[in-house]
Design a protein around this ligand. Sequence first.
Ligand code: HEC
Ligand code: HEC
Length: 364
Amino acid sequence: MKNPLWVLIIALLAVPLIGTAAPQQEKEGPLPWAYAGNAPPNVIAYPLSDKSLKHVPGSDLSFTIDQIRNPFGPADWHPSDHGPMPDIVAHGKEPGVNACALCHLPNGKGRAENAPVSGLPVEYFVQQMMDFKNGLRRSAEPRKGNTIRMAAFAKAMTDDEIRAAAEYFGSIPWTPWIKVVETNTVPKTRVLSDGLYLKIEGNQTEPIGNRIVEVPENTEATAVLRDDHSPFIAYAPIGSIKKGEALVTTGGGGKTVQCEICHGAHLEGIGPVPPIAGHSPSYIARQLYDMQHGTRKGLWSGLMQRAVEKLTSEDIVAICAYISSRPVPAAAKGASGEAPVAPAAKAAVRAGESVAAPITQRIQ
Ligand code: HEC
Ligand code: HEC
């Protein structure tokens, strides 16, 4: 005989049982392919005992591994690529600020686990440093140690140091750095403790699923030698670029907002709104997710609200595949001409406007 009370009790008891699925999710954290929140601690790519001199193609210089990864003066393999590096970029400031060139590389290309910083508008760069400083820019993945360190560096820097770094990286044009390849299967990977995925030795593969797998083309050149001429490859699910194109260019019927309104017809950036074409898909995914979850809530982040609020993890994969695959416009700044919407977007950003709705309405 069925007693309704028992049905209720059983139903209530079932709730915590359903809830036990959560710890697995927590272990993995948000978008594991982008944040690598479950990266094991203390896994590094280089043997600390190796004291030999290393070389990379196209450079006459040689460095030991200790010199290459010196946090207060890492190797600069190709000094003729760029103008004089400000001291803060080349050496940082002891004890609290590592050289920017350590993680972002001397040419600002960055790696998948941090951020591309060359070719950014100076005003945008400075604003991000202020947002880090003021605790308005954090990672949605609390285990992402390099973002925590980045914020600590910003806090320890003077306005002059911030501006010098912004002007230096801003003067280096962004050029192609990541090749996006659609595929069903990807090389098996391992992850370093800072969140950089690497192909494992051998030719083992696995299904791609709903993720992007962004790895150095040459593991040793990127992970050990930090060669800022050695690019990345990003594997994306088949069909994702086209899906992303539809979302980015049409807004997907209200799911998001056309990105070109603010980021420019070629996603090359407009005024202080940052360029995104050809940037790291892992980095872009983290930013979209952080803004969606309110951990990146800087002075200008509100302008992104309507673009991110309804995105699913599938949408994020598609958008990142498309944006990263976009060609980097030649002479991205200025030469391509400004879209007619530029002044409105610029003015709104200048005014620190934080609500996306009015500005997009005005622009349309
Ligand atoms: C330990 C590695 C590391 C070092 C050293 C480092 N950064 Fe970063 N930086 C990061 C990471 C990681 C991010 C991405 C943070 C996030 O959003 O999760 C980042 C992001 C940034 C951004 C935001 C880029 C954008 O498109 O919004 C700027 C600007 C920046 N860094 C400037 C600097 C400057 C200037 C220095 C030198 C003083 C520096 N960084 C040193 C790791 C580092
Ligand atoms: C209404 C204007 C507006 C629209 C539309 C817009 N963006 Fe943005 N976007 C911005 C602004 C402003 C920022 C800087 C946010 C900040 O400072 O936190 C930004 C930042 C970003 C960033 C972070 C860049 C970096 O270097 O950290 C990404 C990625 C991005 N937008 C992607 C998109 C995508 C994808 C779309 C379309 C689906 C889009 N945006 C639509 C204004 C806009």
